[in-house]
Design a protein. Structure first.
Length: 110
């Protein structure tokens, strides 16, 4: 699997280099909020947009990751408590279980 990822990275870098070389002389006007920049090389705009997208994606990933870690911890605690409960029920004798059943409000003498 790592071979495919490495191949994908190489292809993406090659495409990025090809795009950079073929658009090296292109200049564009960019407006960021209220500020307007004129004669900015297109490749700078593409690189900054790519970097900004990576940062936003990373922040979203980190927030989702920590939510999932917290949920996993909670589920592990629940599973552990249920495992202890099952072990306690397995270790009870039949007599203890019968007494517990009679004291739970179910009276068969009526």
């Amino acid at each position: 699997m790592w071979v495919f990822r490495a191949l994908l990275v190489v292809v993406l870098i090659a495409v990025l280099l090809w795009f950079s070389i073929s658009n090296a002389q292109e200049s564009v006007a960019v407006t960021i909020f209220t500020t307007r920049y004129v004669n900015v090389h297109l490749i700078y705009v593409v690189y900054w947009a790519f970097l900004f997208g990576m940062v936003i994606s990373f922040l979203l990933f980190v927030s989702i990751f920590f939510k999932q870690v917290a949920e996993l911890r909670r589920q592990k605690r629940i599973a552990e408590s249920l495992t202890h409960e099952i072990a306690a029920l397995r270790n009870r004798t039949i007599q203890e279980s019968g007494e517990s059943f009679l004291h739970s409000g179910k009276d068969d003498s009526k």
